[in-house]
Design a protein around this ligand. Structure first.
Ligand SMILES: Cc1cc2nc3c(=O)[nH]c(=O)nc-3n(C[C@H](O)[C@H](O)[C@H](O)COP(=O)(O)O)c2cc1C
Length: 189
């Protein structure tokens, strides 16, 4: 079985990306195929609202989003991690969510299992709003949303790598991974 992690931070060693790595750990340990896609390393343009995907069945913009379309088809489980920007997902993540519109007719994500991670600098900086935005997108795409210890994983951190000092959050990311893995296995059996 296969898992996809999409990381929306533009920063090397970003806190949300580190947490995603911890969420993917249980999958690596259990022999799953793992893709960890960092949006800062690829180019995904915003949706142009041309609606050509409705006619052609696929997006006509030629960029790296096609790697993500392939990975979304390939995976059984999926994580989205993002820094909190303006109390929401980063623009890189939003571009991916919008461009997934091209898949919606086919309902390709239906029945897959998902988890979300959001890191902001502020206490009550919009982490919950951001997790909700991701889980709402997942639900509207037919993805089965799985909680972590409480919700998805939310955290407060500022400089790159700061989250490594927060053992509890690192463990919570692993727990989210374990929960997503277990639900995916149960659904399969
Ligand atoms: C453009 C921008 C907008 C931001 N907006 C928020 C915000 O609304 N709430 C918040 O708590 N932090 C905000 N932050 C801080 C980041 O969420 C924070 O630094 C976080 O650690 C980034 O995650 P990363 O380490 O994975 O890049 C913002 C940062 C930037 C650059």
């Amino acid at each position: 079985m296969n898992v996809l992690g999409i990381s929306g931070t533009p920063r090397e060693n970003g806190n949300s990306d580190i947490l995603l790595g911890y969420a993917l750990k249980p999958f690596r340990e259990n022999g799953w195929g793992v893709q960890h896609i960092r949006l800062r390393e690829i180019t995904v343009q915003p949706c142009r609202a041309c609606e050509e995907c409705k006619i052609k069945g696929e997006c006509v913009i030629e960029d790296d989003m096609h790697l993500i379309y392939d990975a979304l088809r390939w995976c059984d489980a999926l994580f989205i991690s993002t820094p909190v920007y303006s109390r929401n997902v980063s623009s890189r993540v939003m571009a991916v969510l919008d461009r997934s519109y091209a898949l919606n007719n086919k309902r390709l994500l239906k029945g897959k299992v998902g988890g979300a991670i959001a890191v902001g600098r502020g206490t009550c900086g919009g982490q919950t709003i951001t997790i909700n935005a991701i889980y709402n997108w997942m639900l509207s795409s037919g993805v089965i949303c799985v909680p972590g210890e409480l919700n998805g994983v939310t955290a407060v951190a500022s400089e790159p790598g700061d989250i490594l000092k927060q053992e509890k959050r690192l463990r919570q990311a692993e727990i989210l991974g374990e929960n997503v893995l277990n639900v995916a296995l149960k659904l399969r059996s």
